[in-house]
Design a protein around this ligand. Structure first.
Ligand SMILES: C[S@@+](CC[C@H](N)C(=O)[O-])C[C@H]1O[C@@H](n2cnc3c(N)ncnc32)[C@H](O)[C@@H]1O
Length: 490
């Protein structure tokens, strides 16, 4: 009987394999061969390491090979060994955090710069030649479609790398800037001769210094080095003109949040992407599934997406009110105390660069504050407050935003930060101090008044987040209520 069935099977015509089946078999075989080579290289390196167990270059190469062979637990041990020898090893710090399930919010700048400096010479050949890299073309195609024949006045290519995107969008833009952390990648981009300005720097920090400058912002395969997209989206929003467009790619994540893979890169789920976009005030006007490139013989799935700012709802102007009347509505009880403390700290003959009124409660005192700072921002969670402040015309910039993300999105930004009720309103004091520490520039000063916290709590929590407490002074609010004025430095 069995024999009989075998005979029937043999007699049936066999369908010829489809080309994609052949491709899959070929790439699986190629991967198998590659893994064998990697495994024998690893064995050789491990022998060398046994003879010289604290060799940093050997540990580094072993960890990278272990990652490629998917031996994650071994790679974590190797990176930890490397970190024990060199606590400042940027790649080991990033990869050990990811492999132990504690991915940082984004890849650290030293790691990125080192990784891509080393990769600059071979980037184009590897990505385009071997890995069928298409992100620049995918970004350019969506931007072209959404601009419908319009030419962007000023565009920026975030994480421009060697500048593969530049030639793809050259015809769409009048002026094109580029920014990247890796000086050697930027050198390659410069050689293309299509960028008007090239900046070596960190994207979020650089964009925050360019408010409302661009009408087109592009990012091909860069968001995979950002986990939490909040600060990036806020920075992009703030650097865009009101009708500006942001087109970018992400690696596709399976979950409603971001994840980090053994490659050291981050993936983003659609729900997560849409949530962060909406929080930053964007409409998602395009979102398409794409294959970004090949990795280990398989396509890397991603999204190319486009965001546009949601136009503000028109509101009746308050401009029938005078500046004084507008500021009257903002005067917080603690404003005079903060003003005096700021004057003491800054001195009469000096002005700092950037200051911020957190909570927008400095009211009439903004006039005096202007003497102390060249640039004065305000931020409030209350849209009406920001609008009054804006219409009063005394601030350089007025934002309606949640305070902690606002500060987190402005690293090393403010020389002077005044907070009227932040310490009383926010429940999590360490989150407040951590955000303050991020936003303070070197030697920046933070001054805040509180009527609900005690001195020991303020000192302890501020110190735990790396702030240096200069003073905690007892003060009286205008109604006679006791309060404390905290003065701290970064
Ligand atoms: C995969 S490459 C893509 C380069 C280029 N966009 C392209 O499509 O060819 C990612 C680039 O983003 C840069 N990068 C990543 N995070 C960055 C950050 N926070 N600030 C500036 N550049 C960053 C890296 O240095 C690297 O050159």
């Amino acid at each position: 009987m069995l024999l009989g069935l075998g005979g029937v099977k043999a007699a049936l015509p066999v369908a010829p394999p489809q080309p994609e089946q052949i491709d899959r078999v070929h790439s699986a075989l190629a991967q198998l061969r590659l893994n064998e080579t990697l495994a024998s290289n690893l064995a050789r390196l491990q022998q060398a390491l046994a003879a010289n167990p604290d060799s940093e270059p050997l540990l580094h190469q072993v960890a990278r090979l272990q990652i490629r062979l998917d031996r994650r637990a071994d790679a974590l041990l190797t990176y930890r060994h490397l970190l024990a020898l060199r606590p400042d090893h940027a790649e080991a710090r990033h990869m050990a955090a990811i492999l132990s399930g504690e991915a940082p919010d984004k890849a650290n700048a030293d790691y990125i710069a080192g990784l891509f400096d080393a990769f600059a010479d071979s980037f184009d050949e590897k990505l385009v030649g071997w890995l069928d890299y298409k992100a620049p073309q995918q970004v350019a195609a969506v931007a072209t479609r959404l601009l419908v024949g319009r030419i962007a006045t000023r565009a920026i290519d975030l994480g421009c790398g060697t500048g593969l995107l530049g030639p793809e969008v050259q015809k769409l833009v009048r002026r094109l800037d580029g920014i990247d952390l890796s000086p050697r990648m930027v050198d390659k981009a410069r050689q293309r001769g299509v960028y008007d300005e090239l900046i070596v720097g960190e994207i979020v920090a650089a964009l925050l210094k360019r408010p409302a400058v661009y009408d087109l912002v592009l990012a091909a395969d860069v968001l995979s080095y950002f986990g939490d997209l909040r600060s990036l989206f806020i920075a992009v929003r703030d650097c865009l003109q009101p009708d500006g467009l942001f087109v970018a790619t992400v690696e596709k994540g399976a979950e409603a949040r971001y994840t980090a893979s053994k490659t050291g890169r981050y993936q983003h789920g659609e729900t997560y992407l849409r949530k962060r976009a909406a929080e930053a005030g964007f409409d998602v006007i395009a979102l398409e599934e794409v294959e970004l490139r090949q990795e280990e013989g398989r396509p890397v799935p991603g999204y190319v997406f486009a965001l546009r700012l949601i136009p503000p709802i028109p509101v009746d102007p308050l401009t029938t009110l005078s500046t004084d009347e507008l500021l009257d509505g903002l005067d917080a009880p603690a404003a005079a105390i903060l003003q005096q403390a700021a004057e003491r700290m800054i001195g009469n003959d000096f002005a700092v660069g950037w200051a911020v009124d957190i909570g927008g409660g400095m009211g009439r005192h903004t006039a005096e504050l202007r003497r102390l700072a060249q640039h004065l921002d305000m931020v409030s969670e209350d849209a009406d407050r920001s609008r009054r402040a804006f219409e009063a015309g005394v601030y350089d910039d007025c934002d309606t935003d949640t305070i902690i993300p606002f500060l987190e999105a402005r690293p090393d930004h403010y020389d002077l930060m005044l907070a009227v009720d932040l310490l009383d309103r926010e429940r999590d004091l360490s989150a407040v101090f951590s955000a303050v520490k991020i936003a303070l520039a070197l030697a920046g000063v933070f001054i805040a008044v509180t009527s609900t916290r005690d001195e020991a709590e303020l000192r302890e929590m501020a110190k735990a987040e790396g702030l240096v407490v200069i003073a905690v002074e007892p003060v009286s609010l205008p109604d006679g209520a006791p309060a404390l004025c905290l003065i701290a430095e970064s």
